[in-house]
Design a binder for this molecule. Structure first.
Ligand code: FUB
Length: 344
């Protein structure tokens, strides 16, 4: 829901009607990537701050500087903030805008994957390593070779292979990489370089990770989303096409690629038979929340499935001051995710 349409909203009423409440209220948090490590839920969110930057369609107002890890012993338990786990000042290659992160575990080490703009203003994706799920994390000196754009999500498949999904259009710069190199040729505009409405939409990206989880182990590939007739979703299909916020989970042996439609504010999913896809559009997970962005993760705990998401109700609609939330989701007998409305 765009910020300019919030004047009429009764936020006290909306808070009562919300299907879940913020997990923490002492800081603003967003873009929650959740995993279960050692029987606990660990959430890797963005840490929203008001740095005073004006709202624009490139997301300049999302000027985050650090990450805090949040954990819960179980659904419904108090959420614990473990403090600053990584600050942009400690990342040699990164200058600003620490956007949506993710993390994963391998052989007792924990890896935080995060996007940030480098000193040329170009988003890259970095890795930082810790001994505990909550950090602190020590960053690698360079960004991942060949990485670009935003919103990394790292999925571990049952065979022990790890895959990074990433990308985001508009402020996430994915459209500037269509030729394989960063296109700096025109003034920055969120819609310059995008395909025409009747052309296939830009795809999220995926690459298998090296055994040490520090690099891509192959050429980056497209995450193709098809419609019910087997055709790629079109760029003009803004209610369904990929915008940002990739996530991958496996349910009943099928691969569910989920994402945000950005400017139309839906969380959607598509189903495939392997980590690379193609994926066939399946439907909506969550209808629009208060706040421009919608971002999420999906994670199983004790046989139940949970959606982690955010909204801007606590800040009374401020786009860049969001709060992470969690709610149970359900699948029907055909494996379709039952769509949730964030407010009753
Ligand atoms: O939090 C900054 C950006 O907003 C994220 O990277 C996007 O997914 C959107 O939530």
């Amino acid at each position: 829901m765009p910020e300019d349409s919030i004047d009429h909203i009764d936020f006290d009423d909306l808070k009562k009607r919300a299907i879940s409440q913020p997990l923490v209220e002492h800081i603003y948090t967003a873009d929650p990537s959740a995993h279960v490590f050692d029987g606990r839920i660990y959430i890797y969110p963005s840490h929203d701050i008001d740095a005073g930057d004006a709202f624009d369609d490139l997301g300049s107002h999302f000027a985050m500087e650090d990450y805090h890890v949040i954990s819960l012993d179980a659904p419904g338990a108090p959420a614990i903030d473990h403090g600053c786990a990584l600050h942009v000042n400690d990342v040699p290659w990164a200058e600003r805008q620490m956007w949506a992160p993710d993390a994963n575990e391998k052989d007792g080490k924990y890896y935080l994957f995060f996007p940030a703009k480098d000193y040329d203003g170009i988003f890259k994706i970095g890795v930082a390593i810790g001994d505990k799920p909550e950090g602190p994390f020590k960053p690698e000196p360079e960004a991942i070779k060949g990485s670009f754009s935003i919103d990394p999500a790292v999925f571990k498949d049952d065979d022990g292979k790890y895959y990074m999904y990433f990308g985001g259009i508009w402020g996430g710069q994915l459209q500037r990489w269509r030729a394989g190199v960063f296109n700096a040729s025109e003034p920055e505009s969120p819609v310059a370089h995008l395909p025409a409405d009747d052309e296939p939409a830009l795809c999220a990206k995926v690459a298998r990770m090296t055994d040490d989880l520090l690099q891509f182990d192959e050429e980056v590939r497209d995450v193709l989303i098809l419609d019910e007739s087997g055709n790629p979703l079109l760029s003009g299909d803004t209610d369904r096409r990929f915008f940002e916020a990739s996530w991958l989970h496996k349910y009943n042996g099928k691969y569910y690629f989920s994402y945000s439609t950005g400017d139309t504010h839906f969380l959607c999913y598509a189903i495939g038979d392997n980590p690379y896809g193609p994926f066939t559009y399946g439907g909506r997970i969550l209808n629009p929340v208060v706040g421009w962005t919608s971002h999420h993760s999906i994670c199983e705990y004790d046989g139940k499935w949970y959606l982690f998401y955010h909204d801007s109700v606590l800040s009374k609609g401020v786009t860049h001051l969001r709060s992470i939330k969690m709610v149970e989701i359900n699948y029907d007998e055909n494996g379709k995710i039952i769509t949730l409305d964030p407010y009753k």
